[in-house]
Design a binder for this molecule. Sequence first.
Ligand code: SAH
Length: 417
Amino acid sequence: MSPSPFTAAVDALPAPAEKPVVLRVTASAESRLRAGHPWLPVEQIKSESRAGEPGDLGVVFDRKRAFLAVGLYDPCSPLRLRVLRARKSGPIDDALLDERVAAALARRVSLPATDTDGYRMIHGESDGLPGLVADRYADTTVVKLYSHAWVPWLRPVLEALVRHQPVERVVLRLSRQLSAVPGPLFGLTDGQVLMGELPEATLTWREHGLTQEVDPVHGQKTGCFLDQRDNRRRVGELSAGRRVLNLFAYTGGFSLAAARGGATEVWSVDLSAPALAAAERNVALNRHVPAVAAARHVTRRGDAFEVLRDLQSADESFDLVIVDPPAFARSNAQLPGALEAYGRLAKLAARLVTPDGTLLLASCSRPVSADDFLATVSAAARAAGRPLRDVRETGHGLDHPTDFAESEYLKAVFATV
Ligand code: SAH
C-alpha cells in the first residue's frame, strides 16, 4: 500500500462505531423520511436504543418494523440524523462514499470546458452526502463540514475525492454551526491543511476564463461564492458600454465579469477593506484582457445602505446595479427583518438605475422563499417609482443541485427598471 497522502491529523481520526443507534420516530417523520427527506430533527425522535456518538450510524424502522432510513447520527446537532439511504437498506461504507463522490463529479463534467476550474464538487444533501461540501479551486480542494458526524468518516471521503480528482492540497473548513457547539473534533481545526502544503504565493483559480484569488483558509464560505457563477456570466452579457455599481462586492467577482463584458466603469462597494483590496488585485490579474484593462474600476469602502444614499444625494446613476448582500436571515424568526432590509435595498438601488437600466437583486437567506423575495423587491421598486419589468428569476448553477425545499437558498431577480 502506498503511504497516506494525508497529514497525521487524518491518520489519527477514529473509525466509526460498528453498532448502530436504533431510532423510533413520529408518524410525520416516518412519512417525511419515506418521501426522501434527508433530515431527522431531534423533536421527531420518540426513542433511541442508546446514547450515540457523532458519526455512529442511526437506523430508523417504521411502526411495522420495516426499514425506513439509515444515516449519520449527530447528538451535537438538532438535526439528529442525516440520511444516507432511505427506503432501501444497504451498507454504509467506504464503497458507498466513493460511489457518491464519483456520481457527484460526473454531474459536473461539463464545467471545465467553460475554462472554469473552480466549482462545487459535492453539494451536501443534494449529492447524497448530507452536511458535507467540497469545493475545488484549481489544484486545491476545500472540504467543509456542517456536522461532527462526518469526523469519523472524513478519511474515506478525502480518499475518494483525491482518487477521482487529484489535487495538490486539501484544506478543511468547519461551519459556523459546527464550531458553535462543543463536540469531538479529534484535533481538527477550521482552516487546517489535510493534504499537501499551502504555497507562499496566493492561490488563484479560473471562472469562464477570468483569474481570481482565493483564500481557502480565511475566506468566506470556502473562499469564494461559487454559487453566483451563472449570474456573473449574465452580468457580463449585460454590461457592454454600461456604468456598473456592484454592492456587497466581496472580492469583485461580479465587477470582473462586468469589466470583461465591456462595462466602461465598475464600482465595487463593500464594508471590508481586505475584500476590496482583493477585488483590485483580481482586476489587475486580468489586465491582459483588453476589456478589463479598458474599464475604470472604482472601490468604495462603506455600508451599502449609506453609500446608496450618498450616491443618490450626489445625483449619480448607473446602468446596471448589482445587490448581492450576505444572508439577512438565518432562522424563520429573522424573516420579517430580512424582508424589510431587502425591500429597503431594492428601493434605494432602483432609484440609482438609469431609465431602462438593469437591476440584479439576490438573496442567499435560506428562510426567504423565492416568492416572498420577488414580492418584496417588486413592491419596493414600485414604491420607489421604478417598477420591475422583464423580470427573470435565476438560482443555482448545475454544481449546486437542489432536491428538497430547504436546499433552495439562492434567489436572484434580474429586471429592467
Ligand atoms: N457578491 C459577492 C459575494 C457577497 S458576500 C460575490 O459574488 O463574490 C457579502 C459581502 O457583503 C461581504 O464581502 C461583506 O463584507 C459585505 N457586507 C456585509 N455587510 C455589508 C454592508 N452593510 N455594506 C457593504 N458591504 C457589506
